[in-house]
Write a protein that binds this ligand. Structure first.
Ligand code: NAD
Ligand code: UD1
Length: 344
């Protein structure tokens, strides 16, 4: 069975992907510096799968330490690169930290792929590269817009770096996966999202409000040009998202005639408004949510959702889980971490 290196493997999407890779019988090596995750996540992964992944506490900004992992595991066949800083607001405050972490980590991995002859890489990109799209649903060939934040720009620059590097390297394959809005948690509630401090994203804010940690959810604008006035996004279940990575790894390992750089949208293909998410959450959990409408959040776009036909036909992947099941999983996870009193 192939050995896969997963950077950022104790993080939110990484941990769910590690679970699915282990369930497929693949061997997993995680690199994470625990800057935005906890070692305990490894126990959750082991409790679900019955298998402990290898774990290397390494900072990818450290080139020699990164090379050390490849020395230790010379049989790594493919890499999934999740590790990055991802807070949009923080990236505006500390742009250089974001450029340094997100770009240097990628460059060191690409250098390692060259040095240690690893041919396959899956990269975590984002629908943020499309900005406010001119045509919906948005396809992979849509024009990329100027990034709305330094974080978003690191994704755009990373894709450019990957494309340029692949042009110069023969026989390597890269798949860039552009995630829409990942939400929810593993159905076991043993792993999930652990936002530090006050969450910026909608669903963790909803579950913390329902749990009484936050007083009220602020809805950022009800004057958009949408049916109910609130903004529209494509919310994708994190386990569905994780399964797409397994497909991408299989595609890279199985096919030798790949074009060097491929891009796939990962979403459901369906846009939901903030009000629709609140309604679905209240319906499935039976919880009543405190909320109020406030002004628009700076930098937000009106609506974006994916055309997923390329991922459906070429990757053989589609999102399976419905929104209520997904929101229920987020709620179960919130209840679980609350019962363990892990968050203040
Ligand atoms: P996360 O913060 O939960 O996971 C990222 C992990 O990378 C963390 O465990 C962190 O400790 C680790 N890390 C960061 N810098 C590192 C470094 N220099 N060396 C080693 N480890 C490092 O984030 P996530 O939500 O799981 O996101 C994973 C990837 O997906 C990121 O690249 C993110 O930009 C991208 N993405 C996320 C979303 C989303 O909504 N969560 C949407 C689009 C794209
Ligand atoms: C944000 C980031 C995006 C990133 C994505 C996933 C911005 C501008 N964009 O996307 O780059 O890839 O997270 O990490 O930050 N909302 C509320 N109240 C809240 C929180 C959110 O009404 O308390 C609304 C937002 O206005 C938006 C929707 O809910 O319409 C989803 O918001 P969020 O979860 O933050 O994701 P995005 O803004 O789509």
């Amino acid at each position: 069975m192939p050995k896969i290196l997963v950077t950022g493997g104790t993080g939110y999407i990484g941990s769910h992907t590690v679970v699915e890779l282990l369930e497929e019988g693949m061997e997993v090596v995680i690199i994470d510096n625990l800057s935005n995750s906890e070692r305990e996540v490894l126990h959750g992964i082991a409790a679900i799968t019955g298998t402990e992944p290898h774990f290397e506490e390494v900072d990818l900004r450290d080139r020699n330490a990164t090379y050390g992992v490849f020395d230790l595991h010379p049989d790594i066949e493919a890499i999934i690169h999740f590790a990055a800083f991802k807070a949009v607001g923080e990236s505006v405050e500390k742009p250089l930290d974001y450029y340094e972490n997100n770009l240097l980590s990628l460059i060191h991995l690409l250098e390692a792929m060259n040095k240690f002859k690893v041919d396959n890489l899956v990269f975590s990109s984002s629908c943020t590269v499309y900005g406010e799209p001119d045509v919906l649903p948005v396809t992979e060939s849509a024009a990329l817009k100027k990034a709305g934040s330094p974080y978003g720009n690191t994704k755009k620059i990373s894709e450019d770096i990957l494309q340029d590097t692949m042009r110069s390297l023969k026989g390597k394959g890269v798949i860039s996966l552009r995630y829409f809005n990942p939400i929810g948690a593993h159905p076991s509630a043993k792993i999930g999202e652990l936002p530090l401090g006050t969450p910026n994203n909608l669903v963790p804010f909803i579950t913390q409000t329902a749990a009484g940690i936050r007083e009220s959810l602020s809805i950022f604008g009800d004057d958009y040009n949408t049916p109910d006035g609130s903004a529209i996004r494509d919310y994708i279940n994190v386990v569905d998202l994780a399964l797409a990575h397994v497909k991408a790894i299989r595609r890279l390992l199985d096919q030798k005639q790949l074009s060097a750089f491929e891009v796939f949208n990962l979403g459901t293909g369906k846009g939901l408004s903030v009000f629709e998410i609140i309604k679905a959450f209240e319906k499935t959990t039976g919880e009543k949510l405190n909320y109020k409408v406030v002004g628009r959040r700076e930098g937000d776009i009106e609506k974006v959702y994916a055309d997923t036909s390329y991922a459906n036909s070429e990757l053989g992947w589609r999102a399976e889980k419905g929104i209520e099941e997904t929101l229920q999983s987020a709620w179960n996870w919130e209840m679980n971490i609350r019962s363990k009193n892990k968050r203040t």
